[in-house]
Write a protein that binds this ligand. Structure first.
Ligand code: SF4
Length: 463
């Protein structure tokens, strides 16, 4: 199943919740029902909750993640300490039931946490949330390409629980540009990452920017290639919350539950389910990219079946992907290929950002005078900090389009790394350089604030 994975949209409104009126309208359930739900306990192995680290750790990256692990949990429940050690909390909750974990998450974050609902069996998360008796929010990514059955399912879930799902939609301009230039089914030809980025990842990013925490339906047994190590709670290694990078807490309350137990729970509690399941679908995502699986096939075989089985993440849980081989995606000529390595999708892929090859950036370094200034990010596609600044860098490139300033990227990991360290002041990813019009030596962006306004202020100060 796809559960929270199948998601990928985003958010737009932060209000939500219960149709009955407001946060808090869901009533507490009968104690025996809660006890039954609490009995659904994870069976899997015990894992420490540990934030994802880039496989090429740097001082800055390590310290950022460590700092994030002690992030401030605003909205913490009455009596809860404001500063929480999420590694420690993850250890404590590793053997807790999904009900206990969700209860804790809702207690800590109140209206600043939301359940990511994909329209599949992750409806269990909503059932658990209801059982806690606490108010809760639910959001979904409407990619525009979902099955009709999934839309009907969304409607029945809203009615069943008396909630309004906060739908997130892709940016109309981005969908327009993608479909007009590449057609409706480009993902069959050049991979699903670009379409998923437009229809899922960016909307999700917008949604999460308004939250302090989110709840996903990821399970270890869903994808041995990418989900075997997901913790119950972690500092989100990829997405930013209201407080910026390292501030968003990601809860995976069913990480240790296996699919069979999820279904037993749904049946026992008489929870409405997507009718696609009765047609052989297990993982459910967009219609063109999801198909039923046969008995004995793994559920992820029903997703993006034309691509490498080990990398089947749509970008919503990119932190699950690891760098493989430690090599860059250089094609040997110094020209960077677009799809990354080991199935890790490339980032900053938009026609307003120039993809610089090694000779290209060497030329920039040589020029005493250039026709226009350049802003270039040195990045690695697997680096969570680079992934986290993708949206702002793309937006910046769009703002600067036609301004006379060129915006570029140079993939500087793997075999390009020694050159980048020697010649381009690379110490950690991402490194952002400004090449002024009249100087050969680039100026390094000194801050770790990578929002559009800060980057724009840097550019405007030097242009
Ligand atoms: Fe596009 Fe398929 Fe990704 Fe949906 S799952 S966003 S249709 S590539």
């Amino acid at each position: 199943m796809a559960s929270a994975t199948a998601f990928g949209s985003s958010i737009s409104s932060y209000s939500i919740v219960s149709r009955e009126s407001s946060v808090g309208s869901v009533k507490r359930q009968d104690a025996s029902v809660v006890a039954a739900a609490a009995a659904v306990r994870p069976r899997g192995r015990l894992m420490l909750a540990r934030p994802c680290r880039a496989l090429e750790p740097t001082k800055r990256a390590d310290s950022a993640v460590r700092a994030a692990a002690a992030v401030e949990a605003s909205g913490a429940a009455v009596g809860e300490e404001n500063t929480v050690d999420y590694e420690k909390l993850g250890k404590e909750l590793e053997i807790a039931s999904p009900l206990e974990i969700i209860d804790r998450a809702l207690e800590m974050f109140g209206n600043e946490i939301a359940i990511a609902f994909s329209g599949a069996e992750d409806v269990a998360l909503i059932e658990y949330a209801k059982l806690t008796g606490r108010p809760f929010r639910v959001f979904s990514l409407d990619t525009g390409r979902l099955n009709p059955e999934t839309y009907r399912f969304f409607d029945s879930v809203e009615k069943h629980y008396g909630i309004n799902i906060e739908y997130m939609f892709p940016d109309a301009g981005e969908v327009h540009a993608l479909v007009r230039s590449k057609g409706l089914f480009s993902f069959y030809e050049d991979g699903h990452q670009e379409c998923c980025r437009v229809r899922k990842v960016r909307p999700l990013r917008r949604m999460l920017k308004g939250l302090r925490a989110w709840i996903t339906g990821q399970r270890k047994d869903q994808s041995p290639g990418t989900r075997a190590n997901i913790p119950v709670v972690q500092v989100d290694p990829v997405f930013e919350g209201v407080g910026g990078l390292g501030s968003l807490i990601k809860w995976n309350p069913v990480a240790n539950v296996d699919g069979k137990d999820m279904w037993n729970f749904l049946r026992t509690m008489n929870v409405p389910v997507n009718t696609l399941h009765s047609q052989g679908y297990v993982s459910i995502g967009c219609e063109p990219c999801t198909r039923p699986v046969l008995p004995g096939q793994h559920e992820r075989e029903g997703r993006w079946w034309w691509e490498d089985a080990k990398a089947k993440e749509c970008g919503l849980h990119k932190g699950n992907l690891k760098e493989e081989g430690g090599m860059s995606a250089s094609n040997g000529n110094g020209v960077v290929t677009s799809n990354g390595v080991g199935g890790i999708p490339d980032i900053f892929e938009t026609n307003t950002i120039y993809n610089l090859s090694r000779p290209g950036i060497e030329n920039l370094l040589k020029l005493e005078k250039r026709e226009e200034p350049w802003l270039v990010v040195l990045y690695a596609p697997w680096c969570p900090f680079c992934q986290a600044m993708e949206a702002s860098y793309v937006e910046l490139a769009e703002k600067l389009s036609g301004s006379g300033i060129k915006v570029g990227k140079f993939q500087a990991d793997g075999d390009q790394k020694p050159f980048a360290k020697e010649e381009l002041q690379l110490k950690s990813f991402p490194t952002i350089l400004f090449f002024p019009k009249t100087m050969s030596k680039p100026i390094k962006y000194p801050s770790e604030k990578r929002d559009v306004e800060s980057l724009l202020a840097f550019v405007n100060a030097l242009r």
